[in-house]
Write a protein that binds this ligand. Structure first.
Ligand code: NAD
Ligand code: UGA
Length: 459
């Protein structure tokens, strides 16, 4: 099939490269010329494991090309997928990119003879596709939905695992306007080994939000239990949650073996969720809900807990070190999670901002995200960014692990000791082994363990 994808960011480009790999002819459209140029020279404009390999293969076979112009991409396509961003705004969700695209696609449809399905892959609040997107397409084309197809096909990939998640999805959700839209979209995914969930447009939109909301609820639940453990003192949230998840309703045994579902990884306490999706999608769903007259209490609490979580870090260090004025702190990890260079809503931003307010000298380290981070907070007198974790640790009085990149998890106690002036390690993701570090005389602070003074002491 000929498929055009509007928006070549994390979702659009991965979708394009993976569908090209599956044998479709793909045109990626992005308004940024530098993104188009990178794709056409078979380079990935963003860091995503495995993406450049399949981009190169698709490009070499002539199955994928990119351009900045929407019209010719639509005229040529059997399916047009909208994958542009849907950022937050005061009203909840900013649909302007999606609706700009829909208007341009509509105008192009006017000149198109053949039937074509327009599918929204961007995350949009329920009813958007069937109302605002449909209206923009109809106004632009002068045709009625049905004369062109309309679908909502949410995406569930995770950054850092995006290629694998797309190639081997858990489920493919297709919201369809009519039978023909379903049939065409099912051909897009022919050969994928996953259940296809056929629903109406608004249900597909809601499934996407409900999925992200559930994961975010689990994270804030873990962080709330962590805070209670800290307040109690001498209770390690890691021990607590590990035992909780042995419940067979989370962790069934099949033929005597624990299955250990991936969902359990969301029951790990830390400094909060970031990224381009959980924070904005929960805010958008909450705003949508309020707009429809229902006050979303759980979503509000999840967002509040998540907002507070990174702000605990500075006060915990101040309790141990006293004033941070002029003291060097290494922040290990800038991206919102390992495996990506994406820094949208990364917890390292509030952590760094708090350290700067306390007049610390901050060095942020990341293998891929330094450039993106410099765009959201400029390097300044007390703030530098580097890829070199050894240089960052040299002479530091605290190391704060924010993003669990594998190379930071492998730093040994000996190495910390040889580089740092004072070996205080703050584990904001609970991924380091405390005992060997403490055995070497390093001070270890962990969220959900001992970052608070502890209100209770029960020996
Ligand atoms: P992104 O910001 O990485 O990419 C969007 C791209 O669209 C940009 O390159 C931008 O230049 C381009 N664009 C914007 N308007 C355009 C226009 N009018 N014409 C052509 N190009 C245009 O965004 P993303 O992270 O890929 O997210 C896209 C959507 O997918 C969002 O709704 C997001 O919520 C959803 N989503 C994202 C993820 C993820 O992991 N990032 C996962 C699932 C769903
Ligand atoms: C998430 C979902 O997992 C995807 O299914 C979804 O498609 C995507 O959002 C989206 O809609 O964009 P992603 O944001 O890439 O994917 O990454 P996750 O691995 O889910 O992590 C999100 C954030 O939660 C990260 O900051 C991570 O550090 C944090 N997290 C995760 C925790 O704080 N604790 C955990 O136990 C797990």
């Amino acid at each position: 099939m000929k498929i055009s994808i509007i928006g070549a960011g994390y979702v659009g480009l991965v979708t394009g490269a993976c569908l090209a790999f599956r044998g479709h002819r793909i045109t990626c459209v992005d308004k940024k010329p530098e993104v188009v140029k990178a794709i056409n020279t078979m380079r990935s404009p963003l860091h995503e494991p495995g993406l450049e390999d399949i981009l190169r293969q698709a490009g070499q076979r002539g199955y994928l090309q990119a351009q900045t112009e929407i019209k010719s991409a639509v005229i040529d396509a059997d399916v047009v997928i909208i994958a542009v961003g849907t950022p937050s705004c005061d009203q909840g969700i900013d649909l302007s990119h999606v609706l700009d695209c829909a208007r341009e696609i509509g105008t192009a449809l006017k000149e198109k003879q053949d039937y074509c399905v327009v599918a929204v892959k961007s995350t949009v609040v329920p009813t958007t596709t069937g109302t605002a997107v449909r209206a923009a397409l109809e106004a632009g084309s002068g045709r009625k939905a049905g004369e062109f197809g309309l679908a909502m096909n949410p995406e569930f990939l995770r950054e850092g695992n995006a290629v694998e998640d797309f190639m081997y999805p858990d489920r493919i959700v297709i919201g369809g306007f009519d039978q023909q839209s379903f049939s065409v979209m099912e051909k897009v995914y022919a050969g994928f080994d996953a259940p296809i969930v056929r629903v109406d447009l608004a249900t597909a939109e809601m499934i996407k939000y409900a999925s992200n909301a559930l994961l975010a609820v689990l994270i804030s639940y873990s962080n709330e239990i962590a805070s209670i453990c800290e307040a109690a003192g001498k209770i390690d949230v890691r021990d607590v949650l590990e035992a909780v998840t042995l419940d067979k309703r989370f962790n069934p045994r099949v033929q005597g073996e624990l299955v250990n579902p991936g969902l359990i990884s969301y029951l790990r306490a830390g400094c909060g969720f970031g990224g381009s999706c959980f924070p904005k999608d929960l805010s958008a769903l909450a705003a949508f809900s309020r707009g429809r007259g229902y006050e979303p209490r759980i979503l509000e609490a999840v967002l509040r807990i998540n907002h507070d979580q990174p702000h605990k870090v500075t006060s915990a260090l101040q309790r141990r070190l006293g004033s941070l004025d002029g003291r060097k702190i290494a922040v290990l990890g800038l991206s919102f999670k390992p495996g990506t260079d994406d820094v949208r809503e990364t917890p390292s931003l509030p952590i760094i901002t708090d350290f700067l307010a306390a007049k610390a000298e901050v060095v942020g380290v990341d293998p891929y995200a330094c450039d993106n981070m410099s765009r959201i907070i400029s390097p300044q007198e007390n703030l530098t960014f580097t890829r070199d974790w050894k240089a960052a640790l040299q002479g530091a009085e605290a190391a704060v692990l924010v993003t669990p990149w594998p190379e930071y998890m492998e730093i040994s106690g000996e190495t910390f000791r040889s580089l740092m002036k004072n070996v205080l390690i703050m584990d904001c993701r609970r991924v380091l082994n405390r005992e060997p570090l403490e055995a070497l005389g390093c001070q270890y602070l962990g969220i959900g363990l001992n970052i608070d003074e502890g209100l209770g002491d029960h020996g």
